[in-house]
Write a protein that binds this ligand. Structure first.
Ligand code: 48F
Length: 275
């Protein structure tokens, strides 16, 4: 076995992590929450060439996937999500009634692997505590170590981005930061997740994944929490497709903004000489 120096092992961790952390301070997109919708979105951002950082408060990314339904590690998806799973190399078994069973561990691991391989950065044990707001637009996320957040009187640090995605599930943490300050449009300010209706809830999270405030987008269960859609229980196809849908919308929006910024300002129109 090679001779090992314990301090060199520590230096390798410190250097590598701090390089990653420094690099993540400015991203095109910050995804808060590494559940199914956030991880799918992160893969699409990275594949499109955007710089994406995922912040996850827990030790393990995967969100609600691990527990399947009532702590049975099977994630059920409907037929609309099968093509996306296949694109990501994640296997599923048909079980009748348009339902497919996915091993929850394979789904969580597969989504993380896809996002990382595509170039996303995932930082675990990072709790988003607040948003940065400049001139009425979200410009970043205020973050603390999960082990510190709420436990010690230690200030957070800030990660900046052109778009922030709230993929924190039922909690809709970033949306709540705006709601409690009464900054959301009045029609969304009083809403919250509705009672269970699997079909309607699944459709809702896909149809309404989008921007809820300038610079702040929602996917997955955060859509229901922000906009009043029904919960859907232990079915995951809508979460995956919601992540894909919001990613496509954000990619289009950011590409458009970049093009606008690049296009030359038109010369001032010549004033016609007075006759
Ligand atoms: O809850 P979660 O899996 O969100 P999702 O993508 O999927 C919902 C499904 O799991 C399930 C369902 C509907 O019934 O099918 O509920 O909408 O993942 C949310 C992730 O966000 C993290 C949390 O630990 C989880 O991994 N998270 C929550 N708050 C914060 C956070 C925070 N303040 N900072 C960072 N991460």
């Amino acid at each position: 076995m090679t001779r090992l120096d314990e301090v060199e092992i520590s230096k390798t961790i410190l250097r590598t992590y701090h390089e990653k952390l420094l690099d993540a301070l400015a991203s095109d997109v910050i995804v808060v929450g590494a559940g199914p919708s956030g991880l799918v979105a992160a893969s699409f951002f990275a594949k499109s060439g955007l710089k994406v950082t995922v912040l996850e408060k827990r030790l393990s990314p995967g969100g609600g996937i691990w527990g399947g339904g009532m702590a049975m590690s099977v994630a059920v998806v409907q037929d609309e999500a099968v093509a996306l799973l296949s694109e990501m190399g994640i296997s599923c078994k048909p079980k009748g009634n348009n339902l497919y069973a996915v091993d929850a561990i394979e789904l969580a691991a597969g989504l993380c692997y896809n996002a990382l391989q595509a170039g996303a950065t995932i930082l675990n044990l990072m709790t988003a505590e607040d948003l940065c707001l400049h001139h009425g637009r979200v410009t970043g996320v205020v973050v603390n170590r999960t082990t510190i957040s709420g436990a010690l009187p230690v200030d957070p640090i800030t990660f900046s981005s052109r778009a922030a995605l709230d993929a924190t599930g039922h909690e809709a943490v970033l949306v709540e930061c705006l709601r409690r300050r009464r900054l959301l449009p009045s029609q969304t300010a009083e809403l919250g997740e509705g009672p269970m209706d699997a079909a309607a809830g699944e459709q809702f999270v896909v149809d309404h994944a989008g921007e809820v405030f300038p610079g702040l987008w929602v996917s997955g269960m955060s859509v229901c929490a922000a906009l009043g859609g029904p919960r859907m229980g232990p079915i995951f196809g809508g979460m995956l497709l919601s992540g894909k849908r919001v990613a496509e919308a954000i990619i289009t929006a950011l590409t458009q903004t970049s093009q606008d910024a690049r296009s030359p300002t038109p010369p001032p129109r010549a004033t016609s000489p007075s006759r």
